[in-house]
Ligand binder design. Structure first.
Ligand SMILES: CC(C)(COP(=O)(O)OP(=O)(O)OC[C@H]1O[C@@H](n2cnc3c(N)ncnc32)[C@H](O)[C@@H]1OP(=O)(O)O)[C@@H](O)C(=O)NCCC(=O)NCCS
Length: 191
């Protein structure tokens, strides 16, 4: 089982019982990542309950896309990812990464790559063979997607918390390289 220090993490398909844990990671990671990028008042207004309802609805969908979590056995969720069909009807990319979040203290130990690999596996099993992921232009996670071989293929403006922000789309025209995380969970690359 993958390890960070003395902790062993597993990456699993999420169930309905994980909705609250996913919501907590979603809200907490928005707050740590988007401070300075998104209005403070909007981040303060995010609600665990509202996000839990959103994720429970997604998990209840019988034909829903892959939703996966990372956690130690019996411990709270520390990261999650979700994907499904590309949402704007493009012909060049059929699958989309909807969300990928790892709690700040657990970042940069390989969990994000392992969660991405698990979602990609789920998308392949549903017949998708290309992937698109939208990211805020100023989000440091841009470095993560470039490191996983994503190419900048589009840009758009999106309303977020009463402001208009720029997003960049990363595209992968084949999924196989994403199925092999670049390193084991817990190992840090030599700098
Ligand atoms: C982006 C995210 C999911 C990556 O997960 P992770 O577990 O930190 O990533 P991994 O450890 O698997 O891979 C990290 C590698 O990606 C690259 N990378 C570059 N910039 C990075 C960044 N800001 N954050 C994470 N990885 C980055 C590096 O190659 C890094 O390897 P290194 O730590 O040896 O230098 C995670 O950092 C996160 O949740 N960030 C906040 C939320 C977010 O922005 N999500 C994406 C929204 S679209």
């Amino acid at each position: 089982m993958p390890r960070i220090g003395s902790a062993s993490f597993g990456v699993h398909a999420a169930t309905r019982a994980d909705a609250a844990g996913i919501a907590r990671v979603h809200v907490d990671t928005w707050r740590t990542t988007y401070r300075g990028l998104v209005r403070r008042s909007f981040l303060d207004s995010l609600s665990y309950e509202q996000r839990e309802r959103q994720w429970r609805t997604a998990l209840d969908r019988p034909d829903g896309g892959p939703i996966v979590i990372a956690r130690e056995p019996g411990a709270p969720v520390v990261g999650f990812a979700a994907g499904g069909p590309e949402r704007s009807g493009r012909r060049d990319y059929d699958g989309e990464l909807y969300a990928l979040y790892v709690l700040e203290p657990y970042q940069r130990h390989g969990l994000g790559s392992a969660l991405l690999a698990a979602v990609v596996e789920g998308l392949r099993a549903r017949g998708h063979d290309r992937l698109l992921a939208w990211v805020l232009n100023d989000n440091p996670a841009v470095g993560f997607y470039l490191g996983r071989g994503g190419l900048r293929v589009d840009e758009r403006s999106v309303p977020v918390g009463g402001e208009v922000l720029r997003e960049v789309a990363f595209g992968w025209s084949e999924l196989a390289p994403l199925l092999r995380p670049p390193r084991a969970i817990g190992s840090r690359r030599a700098r």
